[in-house]
Design a protein around this ligand. Structure first.
Ligand code: C2E
Ligand code: MG
Ligand code: MG
Ligand code: MG
Length: 274
């Protein structure tokens, strides 16, 4: 009996495993075609200056809508894109599309804003990342100061590849932001080595900033440290007024989160904020 049960379990497990593998293969096959099929879009989430409540910038976030699979979250397909190398063409598409959007907004009279794009650590291993960015800026005739790039602490493991690229980007006038700050494996040493302009306090610290003393202390400390280093500090995942008030009192420059706005298609941004 036990044996039979074990066998049944194994078969059940095997079929689950098969469908899991089928899903990944299916996902990859579809992701390969996503750019050509025009299934990718960028949504834009406002970043607000806490003291004035004014929108200062927008984070560009990838959205993938597949005709068979529906909407797939970047949390699910970005890791797959990184593992398969697809993050390179997808990342290039993001750079190109964000620059095109900036140009369109500038033409429509939008002033004094930035668009932040997420750059995966894998993209820094491609030696033409800098070229791709410069090419897109030139193609759409936009000033580099409209662009911000968000890197994760993962990109900072590889100082030899990353520092020269970041330094050149910064020299061009692009600002550099550290995403999910405080959740990676890096040491504080990189704040000294890398040309960083902005620290983004990870949502995981912001979530319980009102109820958890440690989260509150970490958040306040990141703000002080960032300010002392001449950086701008932005809090991610702000969902209620009380969190926003805490952050303002703690002297945090900016905030981003559902309290202010969700990531929205470009047309919605124009309708609401232009
Ligand atoms: P991230 O760069 O840290 O982006 C912030 C994520 O938090 C976004 O999730 C955003 O929708 C979500 N968010 C913002 N405010 C709130 C809030 O108040 N509450 C909650 N619950 N969530 C909030 P999203 O769009 O699902 O993206 C997830 C991650 O996927 C991003 O995290 C980023 O790591 C990656 N990603 C998205 N677009 C790109 C891209 O173009 N390139 C690369 N390399 N990665 C991307
Ligand atoms: Mg980001
Ligand atoms: Mg983040
Ligand atoms: Mg994140």
């Amino acid at each position: 009996r036990v044996k039979e049960k074990g066998k049944a379990h194994f078969q059940f497990y095997r079929s689950e495993m098969n469908s899991f593998i089928t899903n990944i293969v299916e996902l990859e096959t579809n992701l390969r075609k996503a750019i050509d099929r025009n299934e990718l879009t960028l949504h834009y989430q406002p970043q607000i200056e806490l003291a004035t409540k004014k929108i200062k910038s927008y984070e560009a976030l990838l959205r993938w809508n597949n005709h068979e699979l529906g909407n797939i979250s970047p949390a699910d397909f970005i890791p797959l894109a990184e593992d398969t190398g697809l993050i390179i063409p997808i990342g290039n598409w993001v750079i190109e599309t964000a620059c095109k959007q900036i140009k369109d907004w500038v033409d429509k009279g939008m002033e004094d804003f930035k668009v932040a794009i997420n750059i995966s650590p894998k993209q820094f291993q491609q030696h033409n990342l800098l070229l791709k960015i410069r090419y897109a800026l030139e193609k759409y005739q936009i000033h580099p100061s409209f662009l911000e790039i968000e890197i994760t602490e993962g990109a900072m493991q590889d100082t030899e590849d990353t520092i020269p690229i970041l330094s050149e980007l910064k020299e061009l006038g692009i600002s550099i932001s550290v995403d999910d700050f405080g959740t990676g494996y890096s040491s504080l040493n990189y704040l000294k080595q890398f040309p960083i302009d902005v620290l983004k306090i990870d949502k995981s610290f912001v979530d319980d900033v009102l109820s958890n003393e440690k989260d509150a202390a970490i958040t306040t400390t990141i703000i002080h440290m960032g300010r002392s280093l001449g950086m701008e500090v932005i809090a991610e995942g702000v969902e209620n007024e009380e969190q926003a008030k805490f952050l303002l009192n703690a002297n945090c420059h900016k905030a981003q989160g559902f309290l202010f706005a969700r990531p929205l298609p470009a047309e919605e941004i124009e309708k609401k904020f232009l």
